[in-house]
Design a protein around this ligand. Structure first.
Ligand SMILES: Nc1nc2c(ncn2[C@@H]2O[C@H](COP(=O)(O)OP(=O)(O)OP(=O)(O)O)[C@@H](O)[C@H]2O)c(=O)[nH]1
Ligand SMILES: [Mg+2]
Length: 831
């Protein structure tokens, strides 16, 4: 199926091939994989990974790094555009004669392609040929193709011809499986022989449907191709009122044009009329469908403000997506003097490229498929147009348009016939690729390994409690402290620098001790409650708090990127916390522009103690914007035994990036067999698109002293016919003031094995306070595939952002300079 799709996309003669554009980049035709221009650029992703900066503390205020990645992308794009233009501009239009001009354009480096086509055919001989066999018919088609080329005086040494042959060969190989027969040379020889003798009669005719807006030159093109006035044209009003077949003969080959009334420029009032024309055309061609469809536009009228997308959409709706397969874009008024969007003249080639790209873009949008590439041909129907010495009309780039037009028709017809012969029609699908998204097994496994069971609703880890309680026996330092006089601002200002420092240090020390004391009391209370069990169910921890703060509390405004933010603070989403049981907050989209579009979701959280030692928590988030609706929720219930054992079960529901839902059930058991050792086992079952993934993990946590924690884990995740194994080791050293100050440094190692491939990874995380009033987190990881990430987060209450931006800009400039220097050194070396 993939082969068919690839073939089909390949068969659409690439634009660069058929248009007047230079062919330096036409190698893609031979590649089996169609080039998807929209595909993610892995380099881009890497940039993002390296430079992106997500900051939960500052709400993404460190914009410079985000801009950095955006800037990179933008510059990459610019480079592509420039390269493209340069390519267009570098080719000087050939201004010499007829066939040779078009051949020069097309041949580029035909040798290699021709060779490929021939080689491929030479290697496929020796299979019996049966009459009526589609492969035999393909062979006949090949002969017919050569005869048509001969008849129309077209050269064989042509890139276009080589590509058609190559495609025919691919088509035959798909059906035949075994490589098959008859050399191209033979087909060519037979064709020459038959053409010379005229026997048998050339059995080929063309049926061409012309479509386009009124006045674009459909009828005029028909007349030009036949070299006589067969259809009515009119410069001032619609000339073709009814669908009409215009039959003629070109070099003895019957050509039938189906001339149609032109569409009106798209607007709501013209929609009905356009649809009526399209429906009547559809009815007309139902009995004998055309071999080729020509869609007309005026080259001189296509500019950057092209707005006929609704018309293209309507055509797709009426004729179906597949109709675009055999469609050639015809641009009349081909000798129009190009003018860039800003009024400055640009080269003919770049202008044509721009127009063709623009039209292709809209067609791709109409069919929702970026792979489709329609051939483009330029036409000039003006009788006063420039002529070569043989009297043939030539375009400003020297191309004889009629010859090119006919060649394109022949190629499209032959490939269309091959399509029908090999019965590929049903397999052709245009439109968005709907690939069912399968969750990645390694991803599921690593999230299972990372997942830590929530033991209770307070959020304070048990080991933190341990430390605090062990400290409780020690003397209470805070109460021993001598009283201190708090200075006013003016008093503080009067102090010397060292006095200021001492004073602030003292305050810091006292604050730490005070917080420690508070946490100690809190954890003591918790422990007593847990052990005594006297407390009422369902009220839990929150009872004291609820009594003290029954009033609604206004949460502070979230920091939104400053662009487009109005100063008016009245019309803003406010967030009130009315009880401790439920926390409802708006979700800020960091990409959003302002307060209106920045919030597109709701987040809801609750955690309660249902019964003694039984906790439940619900976390959910719903986001909705114009296109996407996503929901992510986590419901968990846990039973925490006072002796340290914990049993928990949870259900996660999440929308996948397709339309389906992903459900995950997991269960965890935590056993504290020794004071310093906790063993945790977890199982999970994930369901996505009727596929099930089962995972299990085992984890051991060892506490060494009060500050060092080592976690070792291993797990397995099984999906349909796939298994992933993984494990890791993480050592965390907590700061002396933990848990009051969450300073820590941790080193981690991980191994993941999937599909006989092992990925090893290492990571470093650290969180500390470099100076007073500032916190810094450094997070770096790298794996054996050389993929990694570095995150640096800085949060500060002092205004040092400006200094930071400056430092960052300097570092950036130095790096960029270094890169440029390296590049120029390499260039010098090459030179
Ligand atoms: N200069 C120039 N004029 C053209 C070209 N193509 C068409 N014309 C003129 O444009 C006018 C309209 O052309 P038609 O062929 O009647 O247009 P049409 O698309 O058939 O229009 P409908 O029949 O109404 O759909 C005629 O006067 C043509 O001579 C071209 O390539 N160059
Ligand atoms: Mg007409």
């Amino acid at each position: 199926m993939k082969g068919v799709r690839d073939w089909v996309f390949g068969q659409l003669l690439s634009k660069s091939l058929a248009s007047t554009r230079p062919l330096s980049g036409s190698g893609s035709f031979l590649s089996e994989e169609p080039v998807n221009e929209d595909s993610d650029d892995p380099v881009g992703i890497q940039f993002d990974n390296y430079f992106s900066y997500k900051d939960p503390w500052l709400n993404g205020e460190m914009v410079f790094s985000i801009r950095e990645s955006g800037d990179m992308n933008f510059r990459a794009e610019m480079r592509i555009v420039r390269a493209h233009m340069a390519r267009s501009e570098s080719s000087s239009p050939t201004s010499d004669t007829s066939c040779s001009s078009s051949c020069n354009q097309e041949t580029g480096s035909p040798q290699s392609l021709q060779q490929v086509a021939e080689d491929s055919c030479q290697s496929i001989h020796g299979v019996e040929v049966k009459k009526g066999d589609p492969l035999t018919k393909i062979e006949d088609l090949r002969i017919n193709f050569f005869r048509l080329l001969l008849r129309f005086g077209q050269s064989h040494d042509n890139l276009l011809v080589a590509k058609v042959l190559h495609r025919l060969h691919l088509a035959a190989s798909i059906r035949a499986e075994e490589m098959n027969r008859v050399k191209v040379d033979r087909a060519r020889a037979v064709a020459e022989e038959q053409e010379a003798s005229g026997i048998p009669e050339l059995n080929s005719s063309f049926r061409i449907l012309v479509l386009g807006k009124t006045g674009v030159g459909k009828s005029a093109t028909i007349n030009s191709v036949f070299d006589q006035t067969k259809a009515l044209t009119d410069a001032f009003r619609p000339a073709t009122i009814h669908i009409k077949e215009v039959v003629g003969s070109i070099n003895g080959v019957k050509v039938t044009f189906i001339d149609t009334p032109g569409f009106l420029p798209s607007s709501t009032s013209n929609l009905r009329r356009n649809r009526k024309i399209m429906l009547s055309v559809r009815k007309f061609i139902r009995k004998s469908p055309p071999d080729i469809v020509l869609f007309f536009e005026r080259l001189d009228l296509i500019n950057m403000g092209y707005c006929d997308f609704p018309l293209l959409k309507l055509m797709t709706e009426v004729f179906g997506n597949a109709f675009w397969f055999n469609t050639i874009l015809v641009m009349t008024h081909g000798s129009a003097t190009p003018e860039g969007p800003s009024g400055f003249p640009i080269t003919y080639e770049s202008y044509v490229t721009q127009c063709a790209d623009l039209m292709q873009h809209y067609i791709n949008q109409a069919v929702s498929d970026s792979k489709l590439e329609n051939p483009v041909v330029l036409v000039e129907n003006d009788p006063h147009c420039k002529k070569n010495f043989m009297g043939e009309s030539v375009l400003p780039n020297g191309q004889v348009w009629k010859s090119h037009f006919l060649l394109l028709c022949i190629c499209t017809k032959v490939l269309g016939d091959a399509n029908t012969l090999l019965d590929f029609k049903g397999s052709i699908e245009l439109g968005p690729l709907i690939t069912p998204r399968v969750p990645s097994l390694p991803h599921l496994l690593s999230s299972l390994l990372k997942h830590r069971s929530t033991t209770d609703s307070t959020g304070v880890e048990q080991d933190a409690d341990e430390i605090l309680l062990s400290d409780a026996e020690e003397e209470d330092d805070y109460n021993q402290l001598p009283p201190i006089r708090i200075l006013t601002k003016s008093q503080f200002e009067k102090l010397t620098k060292s006095q200021k420092k001492d004073y602030l240090d003292e305050l810091d020390y006292r604050e730490t001790l005070y917080l420690k004391k508070q946490l100690k009391e809190e954890s003591q209370r918790r422990r007593e409650r847990r052990l005594s069990g006297e407390e009422d169910c369902g009220v839990g921890d929150n009872s004291d708090h609820q009594q003290t703060s029954p009033e609604a509390v206004l949460l502070p405004d979230m920091a939104v990127p400053p662009s487009f933010d109005s100063d008016c603070t009245i019309h803003r989403y406010r967030c009130l916390v009315t009880s401790d049981q439920w926390l409802v907050r708006p979700v800020l989209d960091p990409q959003g522009w302002d307060h209106d579009v920045g919030f597109d979701g709701v987040n809801l959280e609750t955690a309660i103690e249902i019964r003694r030692n039984v906790y439940a928590s619900i976390t959910g988030q719903i986001s909705k914007d114009k296109q996407d609706f996503s929901i992510h929720s986590e419901c968990a219930a846990a039973y925490a035994d006072p002796r340290g054992q914990t049993y928990s079960a949870a259900l996660d529901v999440q929308t996948s990036s397709g339309k389906g839902m992903i459900y995950t059930v997991h269960s965890n058991t935590k056993l504290r067999n020794l004071k310093q050792n906790v063993i945790e086992c977890g199982v999970s079952l994930t369901s996505c698109d009727n596929k099930y993934y089962v995972g299990a993990k085992l984890e051991d946590t060892i506490l060494v002293g009060k500050r060092l924690k080592v976690v070792v884990n291993a797990g397995q995740m099984r999906g349909p016919e796939q298994v992933a194994y993984g494990g890791g080791l993480e050592a965390t050293l907590k700061g002396g003031d933990y848990p009051v100050r969450d300073d820590r440094i941790s080193l981690s190692m991980s191994a993941l094995s999937f599909k006989n491939e092992m990925v090893l990874g290492g990571g470093f995380q650290s969180e500390f306070r470099p100076i007073r009033g500032m916190r810094m987190a450094v997070n770096a990881n790298l794996n054996s595939q050389n993929m990694g990430q570095v995150n640096i987060k800085i949060s500060s209450s002092v205004h040092i952002e400006i200094a930071l931006v400056a430092v960052f800009s300097i570092v950036k400039a130095i790096l960029r300079k270094k890169v440029t220097e390296n590049n120029s050194r390499e260039l010098l070396k090459m030179g």
